[in-house]
Design a protein. Sequence first.
Length: 333
Amino acid sequence: MKRASIKDIAKMAGVSVATVSYVLNKKEGSRIGEATRVKILEIAEAINYIPNKIAKSLKTSKSKLIGLIVADISNDFYSGIARHIEDEAMKLGYTLLIGSCDENPDKFRKLTELFSEQQVDGMIIAPVIDSDEAVQKMISDQYPLVTLDRYLTHVDVAGIMINNFEVSGQVCAFLAGKKFDEIIYVGYDTRLPHLLDRQTGFEKYMAETEIVTRKVMVGLHNIAAEIHAGLRENLVTDGRRTAVYFSSNKLAVAGRSYFIKENIRVPEDVSVIAFDETEAYTLFPTEIDFVKQPLKEMAGASVKLLDDQINGNPSGNERTVFTAELIHKKSVR
């Protein structure tokens, strides 16, 4: 016979897996209603629910597991920071479980439920579009939670991020100082606040100059084809001094491949600067100038913030903002 699981209890009680996990394993300080708590415990007893042996053997309710949900593990930013988070977590005795939701809110929600069922002590998350409800549910269940890189406008939760708006303005100031005739911004057509901060930083700074600006906006998927089409329409190499500012490393790699395909030289025909680093930059004839995020520092801060919550020492719901740095290579003339 199949052993009863937390998911079975959640289905029978009509509540989330997170709520069941909290009732069964973290009873103190819960805001869950008494009727719901009693119902969950009665169902657990009725179906002879037996907790995971490892969790059952612990003298405390802590599993020493933490979950990390990233938007896209194939992105060098997330794979890089995940490695640092794992290192920092291990220093505090935690084992890290990693999930990639591929910018899909339904997959994001399922990962939160899966990690809750695995009885993680808390989660570090990069929320995606339309994940507000799932995040708010975890907050309501008093789940230790920290956002990383991204944030949600209408959800109040502690987080780690960088100064997207300010550093985007710094990129524009650097390019403006090079006396370009026009600057093309390549970004995502999205509602993600941190990416909108980058775009707004560009728009606000450039509005105060006389430099011609254009924008190529693409979706989160099918990036290469959309960027190639956008650059084909907006980029003219007729002797004018043009720079292209890519707002992520994935956009930059897709754009750089277009330049190679069309025999457009960097920086002779067009200058290039990008947000975030990736090893792929080193594979191109000219290395790209880029905005470097302090991954190790961000990772350490996110793990410490989560550990404080887990151990009952929360520091509030403030967002810690780190400063990114513009790294100069040879792609801007």
